[in-house]
Design a protein around this ligand. Structure first.
Ligand SMILES: *[C@@H]1O[C@H](CO)[C@@H](O)[C@H](O)[C@H]1NC(C)=O
Ligand SMILES: *[C@@H]1O[C@H](CO)[C@@H](O)[C@H](O)[C@H]1NC(C)=O
Ligand SMILES: CC(=O)N[C@H]1CO[C@H](CO)[C@@H](O)[C@@H]1O
Ligand SMILES: [Zn+2]
Length: 544
């Protein structure tokens, strides 16, 4: 009886709360203070935190050296809700409420926003966006390293050299710096290929793909071939990722017993090795985590690591004996490239955030985001803020939504429990859900089914619910974030085009075409001197 009246009292209070709040923002969740942290009740907590933030920003203001090294981290499909939810998951895995947790790149001093649309598309794919953030020019959906004069799949148009773009890898090489690419996808996949390939279609990864589209590989060489034989791919000192099949003939099995996919009978891994033998350069091809760990202690000049036949495995599902983590690959890459006195450019991609989103596997997407953050942490530990610029960003957004209004600390992968009762059908809904994708459920008895009742609910292979049925969830068109730390990080603030990004990195590093931090420093000095000279000259004329 006592319990019952307490329950009715609470229910009445909640309903009253709803009446008192406006109906768009019911006031009830705020009244549930049980999950809030004690120290957060005290204004001093927030004031001290804000003052510490001022101190941290002040100590960042001095860094204005030239960036000797540049590491660019790309979370494929790492939209803003992805970052917010991954942060909560990070904290909750440590047993905390989660929302207040900090990713490594959250602590970077500068944040900006970039517009990701392509020349012919409202919402970007990873190819036109890679061309923008690596070559500095926006182009058509699906093409790589060529300008918008090349329509997708138009082989002949892409033969015209005037359509070819240089990437920041070219710019770094021209300055005598070393370069590398690291990814969890096939190394021939759109994002890493933006660093070295020129092609009318991102999916022409092996000769078989080009031929299937009806084209001649002599006119339009496949992406794997370009990586091994063309500049700048053949100058990359570190190449780590998946995608072995595109480098091997379809008649032979690789070290993990999977067949290659090439129909020209070429073994591009052997051709890569032969090229180094001919030039008498210390090199190593690796395919296993232990080989990577061993190489760390005796680094060859060139390294090619292909750890899977296709994409590398999701971290949560990976065989940890054979599969290195993104942080491990990043560390070996940085140790290798750091040997160049002039510095380096390294591209690191957390490439499977995107794939997990396309399948509505939200936990995998968040975990892959946290894996990339671990790689960022490793890089930030290994490299000095004085001479190394680290940029973290995404190529495009996704249609993941972070729904209200669960109480503080509620399981980020769970239901918005408090409001389950207020859905029209009385069914629960998830805090994280998607606008579209394969996670569509047919209605039962004219209503939504109870998705938390499903057999595989709570597993990584459970599809988050969606509104619109599609085989694969889509990218989103909203801005993505850029985080920057190191020399000239403040240049990355504001809201700008994605194609601005490599120009900013080149500015800070004093490489590539256009303005440089190094020459800008002299200009800044030269201008007043020039003005003064002019003034004296005019004054002396005036005296006469
Ligand atoms: C991981 O791969 C190794 C080598 O192929 C294999 O021996 C081992 O059984 C695998 N482990 C798991 C958990 O699958
Ligand atoms: C939905 O399913 C869960 C798990 O079986 C159950 O606890 C909950 O009561 C169900 N809710 C409704 C409204 O059916
Ligand atoms: C106010 C309200 O609708 N309460 C309902 C919330 O959901 C539970 C379980 O489905 C019901 O028992 C309540 O009546
Ligand atoms: Zn995608």
């Amino acid at each position: 009886m006592g319990l019952f009246s307490l329950f009715s009292f609470i229910t009445a209070a909640i309903l009253l709360g709803c009446v008192l709040g406006d109906h768009y923002h019911p006031s009830a969740p705020g009244s549930r203070t049980s999950s809030a942290k004690r120290e957060e009740m005290d204004p001093k907590f927030w004031n001290d935190k804000a003052q510490a933030g001022i101190q941290a920003r002040l100590s960042q203001l001095q860094a204005a050296n030239r960036a000797r090294n540049v590491v660019m981290f790309l979370g494929d499909g790492m939209s803003m809700p992805t970052i917010s939810a991954a942060r909560a998951l990070l904290g909750q895995r440590r047993g905390d409420t989660g929302e207040e947790a900090e990713l490594t790149f959250d602590t970077f001093p500068t944040v900006g926003l970039i517009k990701t649309y392509c020349v012919d598309a409202q919402v970007a794919d990873s190819a036109c966006s890679a061309t923008a953030y690596l070559c500095g020019v926006k182009t058509n959906y699906g093409v790589l390293g060529v300008n918008a004069a090349v329509p997708r799949t138009d082989c002949e148009a892409s033969v015209d050299k005037s359509t070819h773009l240089q990437s920041i890898v070219d710019w770094a090489l021209a300055d005598g710096r070393d370069t590398g690419i690291v990814t969890t996808t096939r190394i021939t996949h759109a994002s890493p290929a933006g660093a070295y390939a020129k092609t009318a279609d991102r999916y022409w990864e092996s000769d078989a793909d080009v031929k299937k589209a009806g084209f001649d590989t002599d006119r339009c060489p496949d992406i794997a071939h370009q990586l091994i034989h063309n500049h700048p791919g053949n100058k990359l000192k570190v190449i780590f990722g998946g995608g072995r099949a595109n480098f091997l003939p379809n008649s032979i099995r690789d070290d993990e017993q999977t067949f290659g996919s090439r129909t020209d009978n070429r073994n591009l891994i052997q051709e890569w090795q032969q090229d180094k033998v001919d030039r008498n350069i210390k090199h190593e091809y690796i395919w296993h985590r232990e080989q990577l760990m061993r190489a760390k202690n005796d680094l060859p000049e060139y390294m090619l690591g292909l750890f899977e036949s296709g994409h590398m495995q999701y971290n949560m599902l990976a065989n940890q004996t054979t599969e290195p983590t993104l942080a491990e690959m990043t560390e070996v890459a940085i140790r290798s490239l750091s040997r160049n006195e002039k510095g380096f450019f390294l591209f690191v991609e957390g490439g499977r955030i995107d794939h997990a989103h396309h399948d509505n596997f939200v936990e995998l997407a968040l975990d892959e985001t946290l894996e990339m953050d671990k790689a960022v942490k490793r890089a930030a530990e290994l490299l000095s803020e004085e001479d190394s610029l680290i940029v973290v960003t995404a190529d495009h957004s996704h249609v993941l939504a972070y729904n209200g209004y669960a109480p503080r600390g509620n399981d980020i992968l769970g239901t918005s429990v408090f409001y389950a009762n207020y859905t029209w059908d009385g069914m629960p809904y998830m805090t994280l859900s998607y606008t579209n994708g394969p996670g569509f459920r047919h209605h039962v008895n004219d209503g939504r089914p109870n998705v938390t009742d499903e057999e595989n609910y709570g597993t990584v292979n459970w599809h988050s619910p969606v509104d619109v049925p599609l085989s694969y969830e889509t990218h989103g068109g909203d801005e993505v974030v850029v985080f920057a730390r190191g020399p000239h990080h403040s240049m990355f603030t504001g809201l700008y085009e994605q194609s601005q990004l490599p120009h900013l990195m080149a500015y800070a590093a004093c490489i590539g075409p256009g303005r440089h931090a190094c020459s800008a420093a002299t200009h800044a000095l030269a201008q007043p001197v020039l003005l003064l000279t002019l003034f004296i000259l005019l004054a002396s004329f005036g005296v006469k």
